[in-house]
Ligand binder design. Structure first.
Ligand code: C2E
Ligand code: MG
Ligand code: MG
Ligand code: MG
Length: 270
């Protein structure tokens, strides 16, 4: 999967997502002061259940660079990982989300959760769990309202350490999701050992599910696996009513995608 590959090494297969060396330097330089210059902001994409009721949001980072324009997180997050800036940026996102959750009426419903993406590198930092705890305490956020989205990339840190860190977060009451599920390389047997609540089916499978029997098979297999392991499933990138109805028929419980809502900044949410 070329998008995933692009996160870890230079790839010649997906030029769309791969910045040139010149651009990489500009992105890296620009990111150094992006927080201080208030160029970063967080948008929220709704997540719905089978009755299309809102159950929560995913927080997604945006960067509007005066020099480069709006840069996709798929492009700048891997660069921030290489230069270790991701730790600071990831912590900023968490603080931003907690602040908005604590301040805003739109969140007065205690059943609404907000999912925050966590880079594998950020998760590896030994200070990660204490930092999360300090942040949710500072803003008085109920831990069960926060979800952290991890990718299969976290497996590189070694399973024993990884499982311990996941359990530490679970013990705090924080929920964990596995993002972009199906695109990584991890053995399925890990899944039984990870205290993960939710699998998110990658958009690439949802996109092709109705036209390719292979992709349809992957979606069905993920749903069967999740059901037998007692995990929830969120389908990502649901753009049509047809996809929604088909996924619902297959037993998928949660949905995210342009059909239900685009990511919107806090102020513009209805
Ligand atoms: P992701 O976590 O898998 O997020 C889903 C991406 O799919 C988002 O792109 C979202 O806008 C997009 N999307 C959702 N529904 C649809 C749809 O129906 N159609 C289409 N075409 N796209 C849809 P976005 O916001 O560009 O984020 C891309 C990736 O960047 C994220 O993938 C995540 O891996 C990363 N990212 C975003 N924010 C953060 C962050 O705060 N921290 C970290 N570490 N990574 C982040
Ligand atoms: Mg995500
Ligand atoms: Mg995803
Ligand atoms: Mg993704």
């Amino acid at each position: 999967h070329s998008k995933e590959r692009g996160r870890n090494m230079i790839s010649f297969y997906d030029p769309k997502l791969q910045a040139s060396i010149l651009e990489r330097n500009e992105i890296n330089q620009g990111l150094i002061n992006a927080i201080a210059k208030k160029e970063l902001n967080v948008v929220y994409q709704p997540i719905h259940n089978t009755s299309k009721e809102l159950i929560g949001y995913e927080a997604l980072l945006r960067w509007d660079s005066p020099k480069l324009g709006s840069v996709s997180p798929d492009v700048f997050i891997p660069i921030a990982e290489e230069t270790k800036q991701i730790n600071q940026i990831g912590q900023w996102v968490l603080e931003q989300v907690c602040e908005e959750m604590s301040k805003n009426d739109a969140y007065s419903n205690p059943n609404l959760s907000v999912a925050v993406n966590v880079s594998a590198l950020q998760f590896q930092d030994p200070n990660f769990v204490p930092q999360v705890l300090e942040t949710i305490n500072r803003f008085s956020i109920q831990p069960s309202r926060l979800k952290l989205e991890l990718t299969e990339g976290v497996i590189l840190m070694g399973t024993e350490m990884l499982i311990k860190r996941m359990k530490d977060l679970k013990n705090l009451g924080i929920n964990l999701s596995l993002d972009d599920f199906g695109t990584g390389y991890s053995s399925l047997s890990y899944l039984t050992r990870f205290p993960i609540d939710t699998l998110k089916i990658d958009k690439s499978f949802i996109d092709k599910m109705l036209i390719s029997s292979e992709d349809e098979s992957v979606v069905k297999a993920i749903l069967t696996l999740a059901t037998s392991l007692g995990k929830n499933v969120i389908a990502e990138g649901v753009e049509s009513e047809e996809q929604f109805q088909y996924l619902k028929r297959l037993g998928c419980q949660f949905f995210q995608g342009y059909l239900l809502g685009k990511p919107q900044s806090f102020n513009h949410r209805e």
